[in-house]
Design a protein around this ligand. Structure first.
Ligand SMILES: [Zn+2]
Length: 383
C-alpha cells in the first residue's frame, strides 16, 4: 500500500542473511516482470500527488480485463498468525522467509511503506507486513496472508476501478478491471470489506487512518455537504437492509475472533464466516419481504460501487431467497447478474463462472416446470 512516503532502504533492525534462492525465484517475483500480461504492459507505477506511489493505466482497459497476475513474495500461513504468541511468531516467520529471498527481492520488500512508524523512525519488518499484507482469498481466521510487491503499489478507493482475487489453482493474485478504465486513470482497489463500506465517510476515514495510515481521497470521500450526507445515508441503508433480512429469515451464529486476529489491520476486516443459518420459524410473507429488501440492497450496493465479490454474495442471497418465495423470474435475473459478475471477476474459465452457469440452467428448469404445472392446473380448472 503506497500510502506513505517511500524510503527505499534495505537497512533493517535485524540482519537478514544473503539469499539462498536462485534466479528463478527472483524472476518469479520481479515486479517489472509480473506487470506484463501477455506482451503488453497495462499500467505503470508512478509517484502520485500526496499519496506515495500508485498504479496508472497506460491504455484503455475493458471491464473484466486481467491487469496483473502476481505470485506472492512470501506467504504467512494462518496457523502462524493464530499461534499463542502471534506477534513474535509472525515476526520470526517473516525474518526467516526474508532470509531465503534474493537481495533484489529483499530490497523490494524494504521499499514498501510502513504506516506503523513515524517519519524519523526506522521501518520494521512487522510494520511493513502489517501495512501491506493481503489475505489470500476471503479474509477469515483460517486464511493465509501474503506480500505482493506490485499489488502493494495500488492505492485504495471506496469506489474501486479494479479488484484482486486469489487464484487458488494458479497460486497467484489477479487484478481485473471491474469498470472500463481509461488510459491515464489511476487503477484503484478496495482494501476493506463491504461491512466497512457501509460506514459513514468519517468512520471510514478513521479506520483507514488507524489501520493503514492514510486518508482516502476517493470520489465518495471527497463529497461535501448534502451530497456527502446522502452518500452516508445510502451506505447506512445497505447495513440496515441487511439487518432486516437477517431478522426476517436467519439466525445469527456468532464466531469469536481468535487472539491473533486483533493486531493485524487486514484481519480486522474479516468477512463473517458463514455465521448465518436459516431460522425455522419463518413464513411465506417473511421471504417475500426479505426478497424486496435484498434486491433493494443489491441495487444500492451496485450504485455505490461496492466490490464485485460483495455483489456476488448479494446475488447468491437473492437467488436463495427467491427460491423460497418462490419467484423464479427474480432468481433467473440474479443468476444472470451472478454470471456476468463472476466472468468479470474470475474470468470465464473459472469454477465460479461454471457454478453460476449451473445455477442459471437449474433455475430455468424450475421456471419451466412451474409453468407446466400452472398451465396443467389452469386447463384442469377450465376443462
Ligand atoms: Zn474513500
Amino acid at each position: 500500500m503506497a500510502s506513505q512516503d517511500e524510503k527505499p532502504s534495505i537497512q533493517s533492525r535485524h540482519k537478514v542473511p544473503p539469499s539462498k534462492s536462485g534466479a528463478t525465484a527472483m524472476e518469479r517475483n520481479d515486479p517489472l516482470k509480473v506487470m506484463k500480461i501477455g506482451s503488453r504492459q497495462k499500467f505503470v507505477i508512478k509517484d502520485m500527488e500526496n499519496k506515495g506511489k500508485g498504479a496508472v493505466a497506460v491504455k484503455d482497459i475493458e471491464e473484466g480485463e486481467l491487469i496483473l497476475a502476481e505470485s506472492p513474495l512470501f506467504i504467512v500461513p494462518w496457523w502462524v498468525r493464530t499461534s499463542p504468541y502471534p506477534g513474535k511468531e509472525v515476526n520470526d516467520y517473516i525474518l526467516d522467509r526474508l532470509s531465503l529471498l534474493s537481495e533484489k527481492e529483499q530490497a523490494s520488500f524494504y521499499a514498501l511503506s510502513d504506516c506503523k512508524c513515524s517519519v524519523d523512525e526506522e521501518k520494521s519488518e512487522m510494520g511493513i507486513w502489517r501495512t501491506n499484507n493481503f489475505a489470500l482469498g476471503r479474509s477469515s481466521k483460517k486464511c493465509d496472508n501474503a506480500i505482493f510487491i506490485a499489488i502493494s503499489r495500488f492505492n485504495h478507493s471506496c469506489v474501486p476501478l479494479a479488484e484482486f482475487h486469489w487464484n487458488t489453482d494458479l497460486k497467484r493474485q489477479e487484478i481485473r478491471a471491474i469498470v472500463p478504465i481509461q488510459g491515464g486513470q489511476e487503477i484503484t482497489l478496495c482494501y476493506v470489506t463491504s461491512e466497512v463500506l457501509t460506514k459513514s465517510k468519517s468512520e471510514r476515514q478513521k479506520r483507514f487512518w488507524e489501520h493503514y495510515g492514510f486518508e482516502c481521497a476517493c470520489p465518495d470521500c471527497q463529497l461535501q455537504g448534502p451530497r456527502s450526507l446522502d452518500n452516508d445515508a445510502m451506505r447506512e441503508r445497505v447495513a440496515q437492509l441487511e439487518r432486516k433480512i437477517i431478522d426476517l429469515i436467519y439466525v445469527e451464529v456468532k464466531t469469536e475472533p481468535s487472539e491473533g486476529d486483533s493486531g493485524d489491520p487486514n484481519n480486522g476486516d474479516f468477512e463473517p464466516e458463514q455465521r448465518l443459518s436459516r431460522s425455522s420459524s419463518r413464513v411465506a410473507e417473511d421471504f417475500e419481504e426479505a426478497l424486496k429488501h435484498a434486491t433493494e440492497r443489491f441495487r444500492l450496493m451496485k450504485r455505490l460501487g461496492f466490490k464485485a465479490v460483495s455483489l456476488l454474495d448479494a446475488c447468491s442471497m437473492i437467488v436463495d431467497i427467491a427460491y423460497d418465495v418462490p419467484d423464479y423470474r427474480t432468481a433467473k435475473m440474479f443468476c444472470k447478474e451472478g454470471l456476468r459478475l463472476s466472468k468479470m471477476l474470475y474470468g470465464w474459465i473459472s469454477s465460479q463462472y461454471k457454478d453460476w452457469e449451473e445455477r442459471l440452467s437449474l433455475v430455468q428448469e424450475y421456471q419451466n416446470l412451474s409453468k407446466t404445472i400452472s398451465s396443467y392446473h389452469q386447463n384442469k380448472a377450465s376443462g
